[in-house]
Design a protein around this ligand. Structure first.
Ligand code: FES
Length: 138
């Protein structure tokens, strides 16, 4: 038997209907085209499936908490807000942090690389980036 609820995904209210309650958030994301979120270990260790869960802190400010989608059941996000890498930037319009990480080989692990910050391959971002002047003097 499935469940029916809504949650906000990358800023859009999303209706979830007839998905088995034991579906992981990762399975749902990938099945609905959010393939920037990757599957690696499937046990919460590698970070390839990292999304951001948006919460409110004690001062009423929005805060983003890393959320491993491979170990989260889909119904756990009912009424909540989730951001995937597609909600951060794209190959055509990378977020400045994504662009900087690509330009300077800044990623090290699953949290940074497939999970949160890489909407596409480094060369794809590099070709969309501005050419910066050298900081050196000659
Ligand atoms: S797939 Fe490795 S932490 Fe989720």
């Amino acid at each position: 038997m499935g469940s029916a609820f809504q949650f906000t995904l990358n800023g859009r209210l999303t209706a979830v209907e007839d998905w088995p309650a034991n579906t992981t958030l990762l399975e749902y994301l990938r099945a609905t085209g959010h393939t920037g979120t990757k599957q690696g270990c499937s046990e919460g260790d590698c970070g390839a499936c990292t999304t951001a869960l948006v919460e409110t802190n004690g001062r009423g400010e929005r805060v983003f908490r890393a959320f491993n989608s491979c170990i989260a059941l889909l119904p756990m996000v009912a009424g909540r807000e989730v951001v995937t890498v597609e909600g951060v930037g794209s190959c055509a319009q990378p977020h400045p942090v994504q662009e900087a990480m690509a330009q300077h080989y800044g990623s090290q692990c699953g949290f940074c690389t497939p999970g949160s910050w890489s909407p596409c391959s480094r060369p794809a971002i590099a070709t969309t980036s501005r050419v910066r002047p050298s900081s050196g003097t000659s």
